[in-house]
Write a protein that binds this ligand. Sequence first.
Ligand SMILES: NC(=O)c1ccc[n+]([C@@H]2O[C@H](COP(=O)([O-])OP(=O)(O)OC[C@H]3O[C@@H](n4cnc5c(N)ncnc54)[C@H](OP(=O)(O)O)[C@@H]3O)[C@@H](O)[C@H]2O)c1
Length: 251
Amino acid sequence: MLSKGSSVGSSVGIYIFGMTGRMGREIRSLLEESSDAVFVGGTSSTQSQGDITAADVLLDFSVPIPLAATLDQARALAKPLVIGTTGLTDDHFSLIEQAAKTIPILQASNMSFGIAVMTQLAQLAAQLLDVSYDIEISEAHHRHKVDAPSGTALSLGEAVAKGRGQSLEMVRVDGNRSGRRQAGQIGFSVQRGGGVIGEHSIRFMGDDEILELSHKGLSRRLFARGALKAALWLKDQPAGVYTTPSPLPTF
Ligand SMILES: NC(=O)c1ccc[n+]([C@@H]2O[C@H](COP(=O)([O-])OP(=O)(O)OC[C@H]3O[C@@H](n4cnc5c(N)ncnc54)[C@H](OP(=O)(O)O)[C@@H]3O)[C@@H](O)[C@H]2O)c1
């Protein structure tokens, strides 16, 4: 059973793991302007603040290491959990599956609606274009980002591999390569620098044409808004794992 009645007034109470980080600060700033939701507390690497039991939804924008403890806490308190932290491993995904038997969990490496649309378009393009089109995924992020390729680039890679009926693990190649390109590979390249919020592109390169899908995040507000929208939606969902920040039509 999910805990009920913890809303602060009529606002939805939000607790943030990673409240002092770039994303944590952006979400808190958004909450200050929101009439739908309110910040009730959170954690950093060294401290916690506020009361987690006053939360209706927990948001995690931190690092992968404490995720197992975060999942235990969410499950013990029966609180829905939105996970935006990237760099997760297969072990983390197994723990998420396990916890989602009793609570709703939304895990998305990118909270932007535009990226959710791009992911579907990428899968469709990979399905329609044959294997003679070489696929390259590029991403750029600010100099502080620790994981690479980004979680979003990997999710886009999974979508194109799925469109081709392949497993990404079998066809993924990273970084600069010498020698002739092998048919069917999905390549990743990464740039880190400056204050770049997040840029992703997928190129389908044929002999006579290139189809390109690209997305640029212009402000961190984009992800904060998506995370908040996801939180408001998730609090009314049954237990389970959700992977898109808002329900999208499927085609
Ligand atoms: N899903 C999306 O749309 C989206 C968008 C942007 C970013 N992200 C991801 O969100 C995560 C956070 O990004 P960010 O740019 O906000 O990072 P950041 O600025 O480095 O902030 C990290 C936060 O996690 C806390 N933290 C660090 N180590 C910890 C530990 N061992 N235990 C508990 N808390 C710890 C930090 O606390 P201190 O301040 O004490 O160090 C800080 O509050 C990253 O994985 C990033 O890739 C996702």
